[in-house]
Design a protein around this ligand. Structure first.
Ligand code: PLP
Length: 220
């Protein structure tokens, strides 16, 4: 098995290469290491190798794993990349430094109340269902302006847009679409690109790439 340090170095090389081709600064792209399903023992070596931003897709799993890791490493940031139920909004506000999956009005309300109660502002990406897939999370493109207006009215700090394009077809058109939607709506952040396509996403404007298996190996 390859060491965490060499996997991270390989991903970092690929990120730097994509940035240089796209004439972008490396600092414009945040690498979110998606550690879902992997235990703290698998995360520690990546921290030791210098990685600082991590992502989880379940509130429960993050609540079990991360308080201890954060205690040992106070400078880490943790992002929620998976779907969020409204009844877990308070817990998510307490645990995470960014939320990538705001996708419906009920969640705007729950997160606004949670941030208000906690006195803590957590930047949110609005997830867009760019492939119009029934089973997938994310707001429909047509409903995006209204959802953004609600989030702004509720004073949710908006970081940008996020997408998970359809599987098994070329992702580039969907990344280009998310980039355009972000631009049209005056948002700076684009959370897009995973292990299989992060270079493409960087060339099309990603500011946050969410990379799991390329850093941790395949999940069970
Ligand atoms: C698991 C996950 C990722 C990382 O996927 P890899 O293909 O392992 O890089 C990225 N984004 C979301 C929303 C995920 O759930």
């Amino acid at each position: 098995m390859e060491s965490a340090a060499s996997l991270l170095a390989d991903v970092e090389d690929r990120v730097a290469h994509a940035c240089s081709i796209a004439r972008r600064e490396r600092g414009e792209v945040t690498l979110v290491a998606v550690s879902k399903t992997h235990p703290a023992e698998a995360i520690e070596p990546l921290v030791a190798a210098g990685q600082r931003v991590f992502g989880e897709n379940r509130v429960q799993e993050a609540a079990a794993k991360w308080p201890a890791l954060r205690e040992r490493h106070p400078d880490l940031a943790l992002h929620l990349v998976g779907q969020l139920q409204s009844n877990k909004a308070d817990e998510a506000v307490a645990l995470f430094d960014a939320i990538h999956s705001l996708d419906r009005p009920s969640l705007v309300g729950a997160l606004a109340r949670g941030m208000d109660k906690a006195g803590r502002q957590v930047p949110c990406f609005v997830q867009v269902n760019v492939g119009a897939e029934d089973q997938k999370g994310g707001v429909a493109i047509g409903a995006l302006p209204a959802l953004l207006a609600e989030a702004r009215a509720a004073e949710i700090p908006l970081a940008g847009l996020m997408c998970v394009p359809p599987l098994d077809i070329e992702a580039a058109p969907f990344f280009a679409l998310l980039d355009k939607l972000a631009r049209d709506n005056g948002l700076a952040g684009r959370s897009m690109g995973m292990s299989g396509d992060f270079e493409t996403a960087i060339m099309l404007g990603a500011t946050h790439i969410r990379v799991g298996s390329a850093l941790f190996g395949a999940r069970d």
